[in-house]
Write a protein that binds this ligand. Structure first.
Ligand code: 5GP
Length: 201
């Protein structure tokens, strides 16, 4: 059976990554979401084991020591990590695995899982990103300044990603993401045996 591909989607907060990932999971077949571990507190409607595995610092430390993470990173004041076992299992089942993780994590995935495709979502402009963050009305003015500074740092690192997609229009961004994922499939999954066969005949 063919193995699945890891698909990393990263973006600065406010770029629309969560909604786009949700849409992709609804519309792409053979694609599963990776459920991360985090030390942050559960928010509102979030469910443990569905949105994240919520763990304490001690448990996170133990998982690091035992090599249970493919990647992990500190994001703001909390830690987030992707578990080896579940991702490997999903890939072995032939599922593509969507990883909604930050840039630090994305770059670790590139080293550990070389068949991953790394996609970074960009906002159309910093002014638009600021407007979206202000409209969400989740953060204080100070927190918005902090998010914008972090966005700049992340956008700088996005140059190491395979693809950049601008989320100006949601539907267009979804189409672009689907096209990249499809192309990645076609490009990576030609059976090596066929190439040998063609060369030998
Ligand atoms: P939030 O706390 O808003 O759910 O997520 C904050 C940030 O952490 C987002 O950019 C999200 O993509 C990132 N994140 C979530 N899970 C992981 C993970 O397992 N590893 C890394 N490196 N980042 C993650």
């Amino acid at each position: 059976m063919r193995k699945g591909n890891p698909i990393v989607v990263s973006a600065a907060s406010g770029t629309g990554k969560t909604s786009l990932c949700r849409r992709l999971l609804q519309t792409l077949s053979h694609t599963a979401r990776s459920i991360s571990y985090t030390t942050r507190i559960r928010r509102g409607e979030e469910v443990d084991g569905r949105d994240y595995h919520f763990v304490d610092d001690g448990q996170f430390d133990r998982m690091i020591e035992q090599g249970e993470f493919v990647e992990w990173a500190q994001v703001y004041t909390r830690r987030y990590g992707t578990g080896w076992r579940s991702v490997q299992q999903q890939l072995d089942e032939g599922l593509d695995v969507l990883l909604d993780i930050d840039v630090q994590g994305g770059l670790q995935i590139r080293d550990k899982l070389p068949n991953a495709v790394l996609i970074f979502l960009l906002p159309p402009s910093m002014a638009e990103l600021r407007r979206r963050l202000e409209n969400r009305a989740e953060d204080t003015a100070e927190a918005i300044q902090m998010r914008l500074a972090k966005a700049r740092a992340e956008i700088r690192q996005s140059r190491s990603y395979d693809y950049l997609v601008v989320n100006d229009d949601f539907d267009q961004a979804e189409l672009d993401l689907r096209a990249i994922i499809r192309a990645h499939h076609i490009g990576r999954n030609v059976p090596a045996a066929l190439v040998s066969e063609l060369l030998e005949s």
